[in-house]
Write a protein that binds this ligand. Structure first.
Ligand code: ZN
Ligand code: ZN
Length: 134
């Protein structure tokens, strides 16, 4: 088991996990795109994890899309997505971790639902800061 640590953007919420991640998926479904505001979610999954909130548990809120299994957990101050527990599984947004994730994603999922601009992204120019777009 590896120990990972994470936090939200405003740092009110901090957590620690002892876990072996058995899956790492980039989910392009419309709900993950709404939740992240981006092309896809990037979620690590663990069936057997020892999870603890270190600070800010009172700031942690969840939202389930009515009539669905989709559940998201977030900080009620800054809105950052946080680890979610659902049916015995722990789902950890990779971006919520401060410790290094030393594995590559296992795959892209729900690719038929991807955004219309989400293709050939490895061909798009790369910059280390915001380029001048004026
Ligand atoms: Zn926060
Ligand atoms: Zn999804």
């Amino acid at each position: 088991m590896d120990t990972h640590s994470g936090s939200c953007l405003c740092s009110k919420v901090r957590f620690e996990i002892d876990a072996i991640f058995h899956g790492f998926f980039l989910c392009h479904c419309s709900r993950c795109r709404k939740t992240t505001g981006s092309a896809h979610g990037a979620n690590l999954f663990s069936k057997a994890a020892n999870f603890r909130w270190l600070e800010g548990e009172a700031n942690v809120k969840t939202f389930r899309v009515p009539g669905s299994r989709f559940l998201t957990t977030f900080c009620d101050t800054c809105g950052s997505t946080l680890p979610t527990f659902d049916k015995g599984h722990l789902l950890v947004p990779a971006g919520s971790l401060d410790s290094a994730v030393d594995c590559q994603p296992d795959g892209h999922i729900f690719v038929a639902s991807r955004a219309e601009w989400d293709h050939d992204l490895e061909l798009v120019p790369r910059f280390n800061s915001v380029p001048d777009i004026t």
